[in-house]
Design a protein around this ligand. Structure first.
Ligand SMILES: N[C@@H](CCC(=O)N[C@@H](CS)C(=O)NCC(=O)O)C(=O)O
Length: 217
C-alpha cells in the first residue's frame, strides 16, 4: 500500500464526461506544486463498495485520503492542499481570503447554474419540456458568466496570482464546453484558455485520461 495521498477517480466514464470528472481539480492542484499522489480507481457503472460511503457520503468522486485523514468535496480538498502551499493559496491575508471567496463562488454561485444547463443538455434532451427549461437555465447562467467576466476585469487570475480558486472556476467553466456560452464573453474565454494552457493542467488531464481503461469494443 502506497503512503502517497490517495485520490479516488473513475476507471471509466462516458465520452462526454472525459476530462470533466472532478478528480481533475485535485490532480491539477498536485501537479501545480509538483507533489506526488496515487489514485484509487472505482467503477462508475456499479455502486461503489459500501465502506466508501464513510469517505464520500454521496458515493461520488473524488474522495481524498492522507494518512488517517479523509476529506470529501473538491472545495475542501483544494483548501487543504492550498493550506500547505502558497502556490495554491496566497499567504497574504487579503489575497488569501479573496482566493477562498472565489473558491466558494466557483462552487456555490457559478457551478449550480452551469450544472443546470448541462443536466438538461446531457440527460433530458429528449423531454418535451426541455427547450423552455433550458432557455430559462441558460438565461440565468449567462447572468453569472457576465458577472464573472466583469469581476475578472483585466486580471489574469481571480485572486491576483493563480490559486485554487482558478482551478475550481476553470474546471466549472469547462463543463460548458459543448456550448458556446463561455465564448460569448471574450475575457472569460481568455481566462479559461489561460488556465487550460498551464502545463500542470495538461499533466492532470493526461493523468485522468491515462486512468481510463481502454474500451475493448
Ligand atoms: N460536490 C462534489 C461533486 C462530486 C461529483 O459530482 N462527482 C461526480 C463525478 S464529477 C460523480 O462522482 N458522479 C457519480 C455519481 O454521482 O454517482 C465535489 O465537488 O466533490
Amino acid at each position: 500500500m502506497s503512503d502517497l495521498p490517495l485520490v479516488t477517480a473513475f476507471d471509466w466514464v462516458p465520452d462526454f464526461a472525459k476530462g470533466l470528472v472532478r478528480d481533475l481539480r485535485v490532480r491539477w492542484a498536485f501537479e501545480e506544486i509538483g507533489a506526488p499522489y496515487a489514485t484509487e480507481l472505482l467503477d462508475a457503472r456499479t455502486p461503489r463498495p459500501e465502506p466508501y460511503l464513510a469517505r464520500q457520503p454521496f458515493d461520488q468522486v473524488p474522495a481524498f485520503r492522507e494518512g488517517d485523514l479523509d476529506i470529501f468535496e473538491t472545495g475542501a480538498i483544494l483548501l487543504y492542499l492550498g493550506e500547505r502551499d502558497d502556490r495554491l493559496l496566497p499567504l497574504e491575508t487579503h489575497a488569501r481570503w479573496t482566493a477562498i471567496s472565489w473558491l466558494f463562488a466557483a462552487l456555490n454561485s457559478v457551478e449550480p447554474f452551469v450544472t443546470r444547463v448541462t443536466t438538461y443538455d446531457l440527460f433530458h434532451n429528449d423531454k418535451a419540456w426541455m427547450p423552455d427549461a433550458r432557455e430559462a437555465a441558460v438565461g440565468l447562467c449567462l447572468k453569472r458568466l457576465q458577472r464573472l467576466s466583469d469581476a475578472l476585469d483585466g486580471k489574469d487570475w481571480l485572486a491576483g496570482s493563480f490559486s485554487v480558486a482558478d482551478i475550481a472556476m476553470v474546471t466549472v467553466l469547462n463543463n460548458l464546453r459543448h456550448t458556446g456560452l463561455v465564448a460569448e464573453y471574450p475575457a472569460l474565454a481568455a481566462y479559461q484558455a489561460r488556465g487550460e494552457a498551464r502545463p500542470a493542467y495538461k499533466r492532470a488531464l493526461d493523468a485522468q485520461y491515462a486512468d481510463f481503461t481502454p474500451e475493448t469494443v
